[in-house]
Design a protein around this ligand. Structure first.
Ligand SMILES: NC(=O)c1ccc[n+]([C@@H]2O[C@H](COP(=O)([O-])OP(=O)(O)OC[C@H]3O[C@@H](n4cnc5c(N)ncnc54)[C@H](OP(=O)(O)O)[C@@H]3O)[C@@H](O)[C@H]2O)c1
Length: 261
């Protein structure tokens, strides 16, 4: 099998660690990378769904190891990533696991907001610090899944929006600090069809299937793009909104659809 993708003369990573591989974008990424000669280390908390991802990836020829842990558990995350690296040196670690109010089926109550901060920030720190420790000597690639909600503040999901802005800034600064030895990419998707967005009962413009999103992400990572923002129209809208002065920006943000707490 070819370890090259989309005709690019850049090799695909041979060992990839993905958090949140039991569902949605994480599962789609695992499937996009799965092929002969590729090892996947996949993590999540739901064993049945993680096993299903593994089965689908093995059917495509990949060697798969599973790691069941909660990303908010610093010790467990470090242990899993370090152990995976002993099986075969890691080339790419994707900090994808994350939640929104949609994961709970209601709006951002205080409890939900605190859970979002824990998972989306601590979970990313717990994934990225072990990755940095490994790659400081060997070099490698780290991808952090942020969101278009991290490009402009959203009244419908203040905690989610804040966590995604935080990891976006952190990832961009890490890239500036550690590249070219450690290549860090930040991924900012718009609406992608997954269980996370299935809970939304408002219009989601330019919604994209997860397998299409995964192809865009894989392609962006092969090209070593520091920021992978898509779909184009959603990205453009968010960037233009972010450029507006506060007085013009806030009334638009206030009118955006939301789930109520
Ligand atoms: N879907 C979108 O429109 C969209 C847009 C922009 C960004 N994103 C981001 O993309 C990432 C994936 O989201 P998705 O849409 O694919 O959602 P999803 O289908 O709900 O998948 C979320 C994944 O994260 C894992 N996860 C959540 N909390 C965890 C925890 N505490 N410990 C370990 N694993 C945990 C879940 O694993 P278990 O179920 O096994 O616990 C699951 O595999 C998230 O960071 C999300 O914020 C999504």
């Amino acid at each position: 099998m070819s370890l090259f993708f989309f005709g690019e003369k850049r090799p695909l990573p041979r060992h990839i660690f993905i958090t949140g591989a039991s569902s949605g974008i994480g599962r789609a990424l695992a499937l996009a990378y799965a092929s002969d000669g590729v090892r996947l280390s996949l993590s999540g908390r739901n064993e049945a769904r993680l096993n299903e991802t593994a089965r689908l990836c093995r059917d495509k020829g990949a060697t798969v190891s599973l790691f069941l842990f909660d990303v908010t558990d610093e010790v467990a995350a470090r242990h899993a990533i370090t152990q995976a690296n002993t099986f075969q040196p890691l080339d790419l670690i994707i900090a994808n696991a994350g939640i929104s109010a949609g994961s709970f089926g209601h709006g951002e109550s205080e409890t939900t907001a605190r859970a979002i901060f824990d998972t989306n920030i601590q979970g990313v720190l717990n994934t990225v610090f072990p990755a940095l420790d490994i790659f400081k000597s060997t070099g490698g690639q780290i991808a952090i899944v942020s969101s278009i909600a991290g490009v402009t503040p959203l009244a419908g999901c203040p905690a989610y929006s804040a966590t995604k802005a935080c990891v976006r800034f952190w990832g961009q600064a890490l890239n500036a600090r550690f590249s070219p030895k450690i290549r860090v990419s930040v991924i900012c998707p718009g609406f992608i069809k997954t269980p996370l967005t299935d809970a939304n009962n408002f219009p989601m413009p330019f919604m994209m299937p997860a397998d299409k999103a995964a192809k865009i992400i894989v392609n962006g990572l092969i090209k070593n793009k520091p920021l992978i923002t898509f779909p184009f129209m959603t990205a453009l809208g968010a960037r233009l909104l972010a450029l507006l002065p506060n007085g013009l920006q806030l009334p638009i943000i206030k009118k955006m659809p939301r789930k109520e707490s």
